[in-house]
Design a protein around this ligand. Structure first.
Ligand SMILES: [Zn+2]
Length: 461
């Protein structure tokens, strides 16, 4: 029985889809004017894992992840570059899709672009106006009146007063309340024609929040099962989506809200101003994409994820241990028997709010068993369960050969010292430690060969 932590209730809840057997899920995607960064990598990988697990659990899944291809930042960047909005967004959509594919992220069922759904956004704004939630502000923008919507702040668990305290009052915008947000932005002088649409409120473009309300109801209906996104979107974006969708459609919007945690870099917030901002591309120059995926999934999706070279090196060593176990054992292709003890524990972990660190711990237990017994069935199960997480799908030899040769150029004396430590660990029957040392050396391009009689020889791969 799957339980999901629902941000709305701040608690885990048994998952029951609206329509038995079918899960409809929407995740806020990227604003495409620059390369995706590590925070985007986490959203992509986390909700790929979620949809893979829902499918492995027997559900049919309709997964929508949108693309924001109209936005102030996009208009500004296109103008700076002296190119059209379409040229800019088209390029970064292609880069995003390359990054996602590299990280083993399967394509969502629908990837709607905001510019293709402007009519639906206008219909929604019209309904909000009709239902008394929208007004035309002094500056001609159409705004949402949050005080009209009972329950505003429920997702964040805050009152209107608490939320207002965090907002700067901007009287210039002509809003009735600092929390009111823009549904339709009036066109401004000098903006390119491709950033303007005709509407009952004059020429302009949609606000960011209305995009997701419109695209989700177009593709999934006004009421669906799961809405996901990064924790930073909880307020105001998701709070505003609820106010818009429920205000316009008059029914409940989403049953389960899921938010993944922040990415930190060397224990600091990742930000452009701190200079510790990494794009997926930069990271993939240094680390194998599967290592990055493994690093993301080894943490629970709701925990903060701390990026550092040491953590990535450690993830590489750990993934190397799993592939090393599979090397040399012909993994029998298996249909996963979920009653088998390892598989049962893996499933229990995943059903407990997608507890991937626990599920990955089961993979290591299986790897140890493969190392001990060389069982083709155990190796097959290891590969199959890894595959549920989008891991361990490559040929082990190809993965091991892809590792950087001699990272750090270990000196022979260091290697001998590590071999002695491994022999001591084996003698003490600490096989996990012995395996870890072997994998650590392998990750640095050093292959160990155990000879009859107990001696160990080494060579550079
Ligand atoms: Zn959104």
């Amino acid at each position: 029985m799957l339980k999901i932590h629902n941000t709305l209730l701040r608690d885990k809840q048994v998952f029951a889809p609206i329509q038995p057997g079918l899960v409809r899920i929407y995740v806020c995607g990227m604003t495409v004017y620059d390369y995706c960064h590590l925070g985007h990598a986490r959203v992509l990988v986390v909700f790929d894992m979620v949809t893979r697990w829902l499918r492995a659990s027997g559900y049919r899944v309709v997964y929508v992840r949108n693309i924001t291809d109209i936005d102030d930042k996009i208009i500004r960047r296109a103008q700076e570059n002296g190119e059209s909005i379409q040229a800019l967004t088209g390029r970064y959509i292609a880069f995003m899709q390359e990054d996602a594919a590299a990280l083993g992220v399967l394509k969502p069922d629908h990837e709607p672009r905001a510019t293709q759904h402007v009519a639906a956004m206008q219909r929604l704004i019209g309904a909000l106006e009709h239902n008394g939630y929208a007004y035309v502000a002094a500056n001609r923008d159409v705004c949402y009146s949050v005080r009209k919507f009972e329950g505003y702040g429920r997702l964040s668990g805050k009152s209107l007063e608490d939320l207002r305290a965090g907002e700067r009052v901007d009287v210039m915008e002509g809003k009735h309340d600092p929390l009111d947000f823009v549904l339709w932005k009036h066109a401004k002088e000098g903006e390119p024609p491709e950033a303007k649409w005709d509407s009952p409120w004059g020429s302009g473009r949609p606000g960011w929040h209305i995009e997701c309300s419109a695209m989700s109801s177009e593709l999934l209906g006004p009421h669906f099962d799961i809405h996901g996104g990064g924790q930073d979107l909880q307020f105001p974006h998701h709070e505003n989506e609820i106010a818009q969708s429920e205000g316009a459609n008059g029914c409940r919007f989403v049953n389960y809200w899921m938010h993944n945690g922040f990415v930190r870099v060397d224990d600091e917030k990742m930000s452009k101003s701190l200079g510790n901002f990494f794009t997926i591309r930069e990271v993939l120059k240094q680390y194998d994409a599967e290592v990055v995926r493994f690093f993301i999934l080894r943490a629970h999706y709701r925990s903060p994820l701390n990026y550092s070279d040491a953590h990535l090196d450690d993830a590489r060593g750990a993934l190397t241990r799993l592939y090393t176990a599979l090397k040399g054992v012909a993994a029998a292709p298996v249909q996963i028997d979920w009653n088998e003890p390892h598989a049962a524990r893996f499933r229990a972990a995943m059903d407990d709010d997608f507890n991937t660190p626990e599920a990955i711990a089961v993979l290591f237990e299986l790897a140890n068993e493969v190392n001990r017994s060389h069982s083709a069935a155990a190796a097959g199960l290891l590969k199959a369960l890894g595959g549920v997480l989008g891991l361990l799908e490559r040929d082990p030899v190809a993965f091991l050969q892809s590792l950087p040769a001699a990272v750090g150029h270990l000196a022979a004396a260091d290697i001998e010292a590590r071999i002695a430590a491994r022999a001591a660990a084996k003698k003490a029957k600490n096989f996990n430690e012995a395996d870890r040392i072997r994998a650590e050396l392998l990750a640095q391009g050093i292959v160990l060969e155990d000879k009859p009689g107990g001696a160990t020889e080494w060579r550079r791969a």
